[in-house]
Design a protein around this ligand. Structure first.
Ligand code: TRP
Length: 448
């Protein structure tokens, strides 16, 4: 199986495109709001620097050494017990589970792209009404936009690494950055900007409860796309002369920067008109459009650009969720790319419809288990169990199973001896412990 290679910039933007997603622009700001601001941001930044970055390097390393789908890469790179390590490669399938709800949210964003032109809501009440009505009653509209997302993402993946994934990232990532930094420039001029800065960067440690702490760690993995073989799959197409530590650094940096910028933009607008930051997942669908209404026509333009950036971020992440399993079916079962895309898209399209129905008034009960909607179950399973487990396996594999000299040859030489030892320490001790600890906490098995 011949694997296509990204160009250097193509790889960086594709990996950054995977990392920068709904997690950065939708989830990070609302979590920061919910968990009290600065202290949450501080834990998030520390985890990214000391754990996320290290695991990112490890994931890239496995992909670059294996040069295949996740299952084959683990198998090839493992020095012994190959037939066992193969199973770690099935972490690629988590992407499909994530896609079941990720695609639904992308669908909501598409819907809002149209909605903003009908005028922004006058009050939070009205905005809440619109969002809740969409989720609870407008099943067909949601299915329609979910389907659009599935087809769009499927088509890009079908076009392959060079002609689809690299190409779309080369366009959408710069566009996304231009929009966000443009909005940031405007936000500078607002009174709310200094309040936003203070809210996000002044850690009030007394606000940090144990839940916020765990959620910050969890989010730092989600936002970097770690623990399911997305970065690993892309790294199988890493250009030959690219440096893994450097590339991982740029991707981690871009992802963090964009989350912080998105947070600053949103909170500047919110604080300008005295809105509360702690409004949960509805923050960008409810509070933001309402606040932007105060800016008149300009507000409509801002809202449109904001949802456009959100859509771009979502699409470039979604393709990285689908590509690992597509690659696996092509490599191992000799599927054509078209067939692999169709089979996988059908699976998550159908489960995604179940997720939509699980939030609806009419069908909610049928699509819930133990009172929990399917949507939440899917999200919880991936966030709290599968991704940390995947991250744990990656860290253990690179830290204990892969020969040290081999790791040194591919990442150590570049970093220098001291940085290499620090990285290895993180991969061997800090990352696995933090991940297991987080997983047990989220599953309610231990409590801090
Ligand atoms: N990182 C993306 C976000 O922030 C989501 C994502 C894409 C992801 N690929 C992933 C998360 C792989 C975990 C693993 O929205």
């Amino acid at each position: 199986m011949k694997i296509q290679r990204f160009s250097k910039i193509g790889f960086i933007l594709a990996a950054a495109g995977s990392a920068v997603g709904l997690g950065n622009i939708w989830k990070f700001p609302y979590m920061t709001g919910e968990y009290g601001g600065g202290a949450f941001v501080a834990v998030y930044l520390i985890t990214i620097a000391f754990i996320g970055f290290a695991v990112m390097i490890a994931e890239m390393l496995i992909g670059a050494l294996g040069r295949a789908d996740t299952v084959t890469s683990f198998e090839r790179v493992a020095p012994k017990k190959k037939e066992w390590w193969r199973f770690a490669g099935f972490m690629g399938f988590n992407g499909i589970i994530i896609m079941t709800f990720y695609s639904v949210v992308i669908g909501w964003i598409f819907y809002y792209l149209f909605l903003v032109f009908g005028g922004l809501p006058q009050s939070t009440q009205e905005a809440k009404g619109i969002f809740n009505d969409l989720v609870a009653n407008q099943v067909l509209i949601q299915i329609f936009f979910h389907t659009v997302a599935v087809i769009l993402v499927g088509y890009i993946v079908y076009r392959g690494i060079k002609g689809g994934i690299e190409k779309i990232n080369l366009i959408l990532m710069p566009a996304l950055m231009i929009i966000l930094f443009g909005l940031l420039l405007y936000a500078f001029s607002l009174e709310g900007f200094s309040k936003a800065l203070k809210f996000m960067f002044e850690p009030r440690w007394e606000d940090l409860n144990s839940e916020a702490f765990i959620r910050a760690i969890g989010h730092s993995f989600f936002t970097l796309s770690l623990g399911m073989g997305a970065i690993m799959t892309y790294a199988a197409s890493l250009p030959k002369d690219a440096s893994i530590p450097k590339t991982a650094f740029i991707v981690t940096f871009m992802d963090t920067l964009i989350a912080l910028v998105a947070g600053l933009v949103i909170f500047s607008f919110l604080f300008e008109f005295g809105a509360q930051p702690s409004q949960g997942p509805g923050l960008v669908f409810i509070s933001l459009p309402t606040i932007l209404n105060n800016f008149g026509t300009l507000g409509t333009v801002f809202a449109f650009l904001f949802f456009l950036a959100l859509a771009f971020a979502g699409i470039t992440s979604a393709i990285s969720l689908v590509e690992p399993v597509v690659q696996y079916l092509i490599d191992r079962f000799k599927f054509t790319r078209a067939k692999a895309v169709i089979v996988i898209s059908l699976v998550y399209w159908i489960v995604g419809i179940g997720a939509i129905l699980s939030y609806s008034n009419a069908w909610g009960k049928i699509f819930s288990i133990g009172g929990k909607p399917l949507f939440d179950i899917l999200e919880y399973t991936t966030d709290s169990i599968l991704l940390p487990l995947g991250g744990f396996l990656i860290a253990v594999f690179v830290g204990y199973v892969l020969q040290k000299e081999r790791a040194y040859k591919y990442v150590g030489k570049e970093m220098g001896r001291r940085a290499f030892l620090i990285w290895r320490f993180s991969i061997r001790y800090i990352a696995p412990l933090a991940l297991i600890f987080m997983m047990l906490n989220l599953m309610g098995i231990i409590k801090i």
